[in-house]
Write a protein that binds this ligand. Structure first.
Ligand code: PEP
Ligand code: MN
Length: 338
């Protein structure tokens, strides 16, 4: 249930409603809005009796929540959330492009690619230091050394960085270096990791599991908000289907549904969806039109030598073209798409 306060309700009235909710053994979560405060009722097993709260001073309405997820839902918070990634906004009204290699392979590799993506217009740099690989024989990432290289990229190019935290053991380390912490598709329902992410002081990029429903994905995001971290960006990266013309199938309808169901920003990863570089620009154009709030794209200056995901990495000039196309589309669609 969501208790909606009158416009201009006094702080003392909000406190009294919170106290009344807690007195019933529920949790109360005030959600400041543009016009009025709402208070979410959490941890109820069954339906909540609205009459308990409707008579309290400053209460306008009590609305039953129909979805299993609460804090991430539009029912709880109508306005879009814009997540601040070390000064770069991701969310409604913005088209934020993230670019960089799949893995950080060396300082020279990372700095070379960073120079290209910055020049092309990317606002955040991506690069994995801890890599979840299907085969134990594949390159596993440089670990802490990779994080240190990311720190150099950040310093030299003034670009916030996103990198993946694969487990709770290395989460602290990743949190020290990352501006945005990625939870990968394979870990979307790693509940210990989600709980750790909920305690982080950095925003989280939560990728959709490759066989996850939208409800499961939003419930995973709910873990992070419930634990106290409101800054979650969702990322659609393709789901597994019978198709083999691409690595995964980019589910753009998920973007439209998530935008309706949730106030959280959602970006698209066309690279892992496609698996092949020639599909990345077309899928990016489509993602902008849905509209997603941004893109995360793999780029490599020597993809034939890449230690992971070379086949889907764009060459720098292709990435530059992608940024130009996306920017013009974003301007063309403008306000009509919101
Ligand atoms: C990645 O971003 O390099 C990655 C491994 O992504 P995903 O978890 O979506 O497969
Ligand atoms: Mn990759």
């Amino acid at each position: 249930m969501l208790i909606v306060m009158e416009k201009g309700a006094a702080a003392a009235e909000v406190d009294a409603v919170v106290a009344a909710i807690e007195a019933r053994g529920y949790g109360a979560r005030p959600i400041p809005g543009g016009e009025r405060v709402s208070i979410g009722v959490l941890y109820n097993d069954g339906p909540v009796d609205a009459s308990l709260f409707l008579g309290l001073a400053g209460v306008k309405d009590a609305v039953a929540i129909t979805r299993p997820y609460k804090l991430v839902s539009r029912e709880f918070k109508a306005e879009d959330t814009v997540v601040n990634v070390s000064g770069v906004p991701v969310g409604n009204g913005f088209m934020t492009i993230i670019g960089g290699p799949c893995s950080i392979e060396s300082e020279t590799q990372a700095l070379t690619i960073a120079r290209h993506v910055k020049q092309a217009g990317a606002l955040i740099f991506r690069g994995g230091a801890f890599k979840p690989r299907t085969s134990p024989y594949s390159f596993q990432g440089l670990g802490e050394e990779g994080l240190k290289i990311l720190a150099k990229v950040k310093e030299q190019f003034d670009l916030p960085v996103v990198t993946e935290a694969m487990d709770c053991e290395t989460f602290d380390l990743v949190e020290t270096y990352a501006d945005l912490i990625q939870i990968g598709a394979r870990n979307m329902q790693n509940f210990s990791l989600l709980k750790r992410a909920s305690q982080a002081h950095k925003p989280i990029l939560l990728k959709r599991g490759m066989a996850a429903t939208i409800d499961e994905w939003l419930m995973a995001a709910e873990y992070i908000l419930e634990g106290g971290n409101p800054d979650v960006i969702l990322c659609e990266r393709g789901v597994r289907t019978f198709a083999h013309h691409s690595r995964n199938t980019l589910d753009l309808s998920a973007v439209a549904v998530v935008r309706k169901e949730s106030h959280l920003p959602i970006i698209v990863d066309p690279s892992h969806a496609a698996g092949k570089r020639d599909q990345v620009i077309p899928l990016s154009r489509a993602a902008v039109a849905v509209p997603a709030h941004g893109l995360i794209v793999e780029v490599h200056h020597e993809p034939e030598k890449a230690l992971s995901d070379g086949a889907q990495a764009l060459y720098p000039d292709q990435f530059e073209s992608l940024c130009r196309q996306v920017q013009s589309l974003f301007e063309l669609l403008g306000r009509q798409s919101e």
